[in-house]
Design a protein around this ligand. Structure first.
Ligand code: HEM
Length: 391
């Protein structure tokens, strides 16, 4: 793939373009290992979503106002009045969830294919940092519409920070900018969401992609026995892999627009610090931690809860240092695969319990009430429906 002739001539007459041309040529025509296929597109999918979030985020910034008096009304203005405002707001809201989903699938793929092993430990570790930054994006962005559910979810979320031993009180004060969630909190979350995190994430993604290119993609050979992919059997990055990425981009746009039209995110009622709504739940990606915290009670409960929620992330981060086996193929790594499956199933189960906790649900014609810890109790068939939840 080359730049148009006139542009090449223009640049060549002015600069020594050899270094840049050789670099671009090498990157575009890089040979990927022969098994590189559709499972290898989740990284590109995450990148496309990051680009989409940046573009729609900039569009939202044109009319968004980060003050308690104006935030909710400005989102209403974007949705109702601004040209295509409803669309870019929906694409941004849905894009956040899809990006976390895309990252999770990308992590699952690289975990089960053993791609995190030597020499790609740092690629994995920057990846885990990216994941943590992305969910922090979600947490800070959630408050910005300044609606009831966001206000109260942030109040509850920042209460958990107070449970961190020794520094909890100080941490909560820093996050909130005071004792309670106020306009100060909104201001802080806004700065973190639109200035700090975008730059941190851009830097991390750049390092991640550089490392990924420096080592090329992993083959399925044992650690230390990987051979350089030969010209004849490798998959050319351009046009073969790029074409797959194009297909993913088109499907992604279709999915984002379809979700935006068929299942739009509500703006909700403006925040009211004096009225607590029932059933304050965080976004789906915080549900496993939210639920896990509930099982730790008593004098050291809060401390143990914070430890229990942090350990999975620490394990993930240091995993390439802990799993030093040479095999990459999942069938030859029963322990690592078993461990990964247990982690995945636990996260799904906790997430589901978090979702149904405090609600009434029907299964196969029988009604159950789920306690805060997620334990079900059967409700008599003739009992009147409670106001606690849907089906
Ligand atoms: C916005 C965030 C991210 C972007 C844009 C990104 C992008 C990419 C791309 C394009 C690749 C090439 C192959 C593929 O897609 O499978 C890749 C490889 C890789 N990524 Fe990511 N990634 C991100 C986050 C993560 C996360 C969260 C992890 C795991 C914690 C991770 C771990 C890895 C590893 C280990 C490889 C090497 C795969 C191999 O050699 O086969 N990445 N990344």
């Amino acid at each position: 793939m080359n730049a148009p002739g006139w542009l090449q001539r223009f640049l060549n007459e002015r600069y020594n373009m050899e270094v840049a041309n050789t670099f671009i040529d090498k990157q575009m025509h890089k040979r990927l290992p022969p098994h590189t296929g559709w499972l290898h597109i989740f990284g590109s999918l995450s990148l496309l979503l990051f680009i989409s979030q940046t573009i729609t985020g900039i569009l939202l910034l044109i009319y968004y106002r980060p003050t308690p008096d104006e935030a909710h009304a400005s989102i209403q203005y974007i949705t109702g009045e601004a040209h295509f405002g409803w669309l870019y707001r929906q694409v941004h809201a849905w894009g956040a969830s899809l990006m976390i989903l895309g990252l999770t699938l990308h992590m699952i793929r690289t975990y089960f294919m053993g791609s995190y092993k030597k020499p790609r430990e740092l690629t994995w570790m920057t990846g885990v940092m990216i994941f943590v930054v992305t969910i922090t994006f979600g947490f800070t962005g959630y408050l910005l519409p300044w609606n009831q559910i966001a206000f109260w979810a942030t109040t509850v979320g920042t209460e958990s920070a107070a449970k961190v031993p020794y520094i909890g009180g100080w941490l909560q004060y820093c996050l909130r900018g005071g004792d309670a969630v106020t306009g100060e909190t909104l201001s802080r979350f806004f700065v973190v969401h639109v200035i700090i995190l975008p730059w941190v994430l851009t830097g991390l993604i750049a390092v991640h992609l550089f490392l990924m290119r420096a080592t090329n993609l992993a083959t399925m050979e044992r650690v230390g026995e990987e051979k350089k992919t030969p010209e004849e059997c490798g998959i050319p990055f351009f046009p073969v892999h790029v074409a797959k990425e194009g297909v993913v981009a088109v499907l992604l746009i279709a999915v984002l627009v379809t979700l935006s039209v068929l299942s739009p995110w509500e703006i909700g009622e403006p925040a009211n610090p004096l009225s607590t709504p029932p059933h304050i739940k965080p976004e789906w990606y915080f549900l496993p931690s939210y639920q896990l915290l509930k099982y730790f009670q008593g004098p050291y409960g809060a401390f143990m809860g914070i430890i229990a929620c942090s350990v999975p992330f620490a394990l993930l981060f240091f995993w390439p240092m802990l799993d030093r086996g040479k095999e990459r193929h999942p069938r030859k790594r029963p322990l690592a695969v078993g461990f990964g499956l247990i982690g995945l199933i636990s996260a799904l189960a906790l997430g589901y319990l978090g979702h149904v906790s405090g609600l009434e649900k029907s299964y196969f014609g029988a009604r159950y009430h789920f306690s805060e810890k997620g334990w079900p109790t059967r409700i008599a068939d003739d009992a009147p429906p409670s106001d606690s939840g849907g089906h």
